[in-house]
Design a protein around this ligand. Structure first.
Ligand code: KIV
Length: 287
């Protein structure tokens, strides 16, 4: 636990923005990682559908289910009691109807005890967001590069590079704000566009590959810790190379097991001399 940390609330998001306080999100998908993050100053954990790639080994985020999100979000909430936790809404859990979106979000919130949900999409999702918010659900939006539907725009590509597309993203952000999102993730868009959106919406923008002017930043934990190397977007900064450290540790362990250097008496349990002698008697009797 972090003695100086107080869990954020939804109203704090706007307050932080008004005060010009930057805040940080990282992703996490299990109890142990969540408790390490909880001990840091990071305010928010997103249990992202990025788990599809960095935890489940798939090549896209499509295919993660509400059950998967629940399975991973519940232990994160237990591991991070001082951290605001957002459960991601997976592809197919909110694109059928507004009622489906509310039902999926209800399940994620009720079965995990997380604080909010996130969904991808702008104007088209505004009616769903509005109804979810009316139903008492706190919703984070996500525009720009939206991995769940990236096939339709040709893969993981920077969005809003041309003035017309940039203009449209400004409108998408405004629509999400009007619908009641309390924060908006901006993924892989030019920094000047992210700055313009950030200046025009009253809710915080959380950037990932969107430059330094967003109100906060988010990174996928496995990317920033060097745990996932199959695909590293340009916007990722690696703060550690834990994958290399882990590989070396497992090699050292295997080598020591083979050589007999591990385990030592310090890693073993001893036995009373008297009990040991009795055991040896018993073994002799059965020989
Ligand atoms: O799923 C995820 O991790 C995300 C972040 C990249 C914002 O949506």
């Amino acid at each position: 636990m972090n003695p100086n940390k107080k869990k954020m609330t939804v109203p704090d998001f706007k307050k932080f923005k008004a005060e010009g306080r930057k805040f940080t999100f990282v992703t996490a998908y299990d109890y142990t990682m969540a408790s390490i993050i909880n001990d840091s100053e990071t305010e928010v954990i997103l249990v992202g559908d990025s788990m599809a790639m960095v935890v489940l080994g798939r090549n896209s985020t499509v295919g993660v289910t509400v059950d998967d999100i629940i399975h991973h979000t519940a232990p994160v909430v237990l591991g991070a009691p001082q951290t605001f936790v957002i459960g991601d809404m997976p592809f197919g859990s909110y694109n059928v109807s507004v009622a489906q979106a509310i039902e999926s979000a209800n399940r994620i919130l009720m079965e995990t005890n997380c604080d909010a949900v996130k969904l991808e999409g702008g104007k088209d999702m505004a009616p769903a967001v509005e109804s979810m918010v009316k139903a008492g659900i706190s919703v984070v939006g996500h525009i720009g590069l939206t991995p769940q539907t990236s096939v339709s725009f040709g893969g993981f590509k920077v969005q809003g590079k041309r003035a017309e597309a940039a203009r449209q993203l400004l409108d998408e952000a405004a629509a999400l704000e009007d619908a009641g999102c309390f924060a908006i993730v901006l993924e892989a868009i030019p920094a000047p566009l992210a700055a313009a959106i950030t200046a025009r919406v009253s809710v915080p923008t959380i950037g990932i590959g969107a430059g330094a002017d967003c109100d906060g930043q988010v990174l996928v934990l496995h990317d920033m810790l060097g745990l996932y190397s199959e695909f590293t977007p340009r916007f990722v900064k690696r703060y550690a190379e834990l994958g290399t450290l882990m590989e070396q540790a497992v090699r050292d362990y295997a080598e020591e097991v083979r050589s007999g250097a591990f385990p030592t008496p310090a890693h073993s349990f001893s036995m009373d001399e008297e009990e040991r002698a009795r055991l040896e008697d018993r073994l002799r009797e059965t020989e």
